[in-house]
Design a binder for this molecule. Structure first.
Ligand SMILES: Nc1nc2c(ncn2[C@@H]2O[C@H](COP(=O)(O)OP(=O)(O)OP(=O)(O)O)[C@@H](O)[C@H]2O)c(=O)[nH]1
Ligand SMILES: [Mg+2]
Length: 318
């Protein structure tokens, strides 16, 4: 039940003012695929595009969350406002994901300029990556300087939200050979920055050499993907990573690729949503419209070919 004054416009206003409870509420709305959530995103969208979106991906357990905690600390020391969104498509329990990350990020718990959220459930329309993307937009709108996204991935299973990051960081640890294979095979796109975390491990040098080998097979012009060694648990190498992230940012701004990337991503987003909605409408008409059922009957009785039927179905919808 809506309390007086808790209209969408009011929520939008509080969100834009940086109120963290409003942000938490707004994300829940998009996560649950509530129409109010879409309305909210519609209202605040003109105010997005200011935050730096950094995506971190890599196999389970390499230390992504630990690294993010170290990066949050670093960003806070520079007085930047930060939001972290951990997306775990493999876990059906949002709170499971939440717990582990909460333990790692407890020291930022009381800081009003740090916002941390985990997401594992699926909204009904666009699924997890759609909900995550909307959540990232809301974080951006709420005035965060940096939005850090964490997804688990070893290639194919990656959530495509990572495509929406301005800078993509692949986090590996010594011994994550699968990822090297995925990079080599082109299953995984070459990221902008590669981190070899757990650099306290004796096989670190070997790992770095292997990665260099894979990178040497790729294009040799433009941005050169740096390999940064970190020990996230002790904060080692985090300074250097922050430098490389800034360098990448400067590079894509100078080259115009930031704008290009954002344009491409937003176009994909519109196409994706349009496709989902069209599919939903088609399925509805198949279920509910007797004329559409007749159309199918005609195909079954071979009076109408499938392509012509599809054409007619689309004509009805568009
Ligand atoms: N030895 C060592 N252990 C580390 C380092 N960084 C993180 N760890 C440990 O690695 C384990 C996994 O760290 P997480 O940060 O949860 O890794 P993650 O990649 O976020 O894991 P998922 O979210 O489950 O995919 C934890 O026990 C960390 O304490 C490091 O630099 N060296
Ligand atoms: Mg994690």
């Amino acid at each position: 039940m809506a309390a007086p004054g808790s209209t969408a416009a009011d929520l939008a206003e509080r969100l834009l003012a940086g109120d963290r409870r409003a942000l938490a509420r707004a994300i829940s709305l998009v996560e649950n695929d509530e129409p109010e959530g879409w309305e909210l995103v519609r209202q605040v969208f003109p105010r997005t595009g200011r935050a730096q979106i950094l995506g971190f991906t890599g196999p389970p357990g390499v230390g992504k969350s630990t690294l993010l905690a170290a990066l949050v600390k670093n960003a806070r020391a520079r007085d930047r406002k930060v939001a972290v969104l951990s997306i775990d498509p493999s876990s059906p329990f949002t709170h499971g994901a939440l717990l582990g990350d909460r333990i790692r990020l407890t020291e930022h718990f009381l800081d009003p300029d740090v916002f941390i959220r985990s997401m594992a459930s699926r909204g009904s329309l666009g699924g997890l990556s759609e909900a995550a993307l909307q959540a990232a937009l809301l974080m951006d709108a709420s005035g965060k300087d940096d939005v850090l996204l964490e997804t688990v991935g070893v290639g194919q299973a990656e959530v495509d939200i990572i495509d929406h990051a301005d800078t993509v960081v692949l986090v590996l640890m010594p011994g994550s050979g699968d990822s090297i294979q995925a990079l080599k095979a082109g299953v995984m796109e070459i990221p902008d920055v590669i981190v070899v975390n757990k650099a306290d491990h004796p096989l670190t040098d070997t790992m770095v050499r292997e990665i260099r080998g894979v990178l040497s097979l790729g294009p040799q012009h433009g941005w050169r993907v740096p390999i940064v060694r970190t020990e996230a648990a002790r904060g080692e190498g985090v300074e250097e990573l922050v430098e490389k992230l800034a360098e990448h940012r400067a590079h894509i701004e100078a080259e115009g690729t930031l704008e290009e990337r954002r344009r491409r991503n937003l176009k994909n987003e519109v196409m994706e949503l349009a496709t989902l909605r069209l599919r939903r409408r088609l399925e509805e008409s198949v279920r509910e419209d007797p004329n559409v059922r007749e159309l199918f009957d005609e195909v079954v009785s071979r009076r109408l070919d499938p392509a012509s039927a599809a054409e007619r179905l689309l004509e009805r919808e568009l």
